[in-house]
Design a protein around this ligand. Sequence first.
Ligand code: BG6
Length: 486
Amino acid sequence: IVVDPFDYVVFGGTGDLARRKLLPALYHRELDGQLPDEARIIGVSRRDKADAEYRDDVRAALTSYVRADELDPAVMEKFLARLYYVAADATSSDGWTTLAATLDEGRHRVRAFYLATGPDLFGPISERIKEFGLITDRTRVVVEKPLGKDLASARAINDEIGKIFHEDQIYRIDHYLGKETVQNLMALRFANALFEPLWNSAHVDHVQITVAETVGVEGRGDYYDHSGALRDMVQNHILQLLCLVAMEPPANLEAGAVRGEKLKVLKALKPITARNADTATVRGQYRAGASPTGAVPGYLSEITDGESRTETFVALKVEVENWRWAGVPFYLRTGKRLAKRMSEVVVRFKPVPHSIFDDAAGALAANELVIRLQPDEGVKLQLMIKDPGPGGMRLTRVPLDMSFADAFKVRNPDAYERLLLDVVRGNATLFMHRDEVEAAWTWIDPILEAWGESRDTPRGYTAGTWGPSAAIALIERDGRTWHEDT
Ligand code: BG6
């Protein structure tokens, strides 16, 4: 369905995020015929550049970041013709009247400002937007992580943007919420009668959430070294996944209802502080080792000053203190340079209360629901069945396995494709409310403090493994194992 006419103004229009993600995502929406004729994309950055030069840059970016078989020359030209460029400086008035004049041609369109810049510019850009009268009643502003490095800085950022825009004009992106399989978590839970009755501490033994990457810091060492895995992945993406798994059914899919339920989960997280950080957390940092593309150096030789206590891996044991989840641990782990790229949510059910089978049948494995986010998106339910054949009752574990690629034969859209157009549609369900961001930091801060006070350094792990052995011990202490640890 074609969306309403819009002007997307991308600050940081020549930057990495725009080139790798935002413009390819909008190109794909063009390919699917979803962009209305009047839609424009206006790149803004400091350097002077003609529209034609910007279009050439974007053509090159699309050629690098869109798969060759999806590059259609006619669609590409149509898309490039929507692009304009304005040089403007967030910290001065330069260029803003040009931007205002450009936007004036489309006063009645949806107007979305995407701040694909560092958070230090969110405030100044917002102020200029107001000063030059660019806010219409169909204006939205989109911001993205890092939304702070702790609660205080997150509040400061939210305050700065909040001075200019109302909360319902602000779209805070967590791109994990735009991933197909993440949205499928909601479909699976609330569109099927099967799971919800079992979705609680009476039937669930524990939950695991893994986001494993094989990449290292990918030239982002300066940012990453001030961030680390807890801030970079857990505070946002992984806590959002946890919320979707743990939340109560919202009354409907509207932003207020869904975000309200997620917020309750964040507020129910049992604090991890200096008292329990030793048993509930493991930090790691990769050493030289292997990746799928060959030998790779250790983290310390990838960053500039060669010395760092920043974690590139984290494993946590988390509890959600409410009626539904009391006593059910959520084990979370994420890291760079791990054995394989794999993100999944695993819900392990409790064993049957009594086995009627004798020893010859073999051990009964617990049922397990695995929601694979990437790669090979899909859902797998592990069941026990009888081994075929006349040899008596022998049991075996077999998956009911649904791969989205096989089931649907359609391309899996990138998360940004959905999210960028949701902004135009004015649908904020898959974006974070200010309260969620702040509640997440409220829970993360004491962990950072505990680590800061501790004399321990992150434990080394060899690149290409599953992280430090202490992470395996974290779950094995409870008599459980990480899923597919091979
Ligand atoms: C980003 C992090 O938010 O998410 C990166 O800053 C990480 O460090 C990336 O690599 C992972 O996203 P995806 O979509 O590739 O799983």
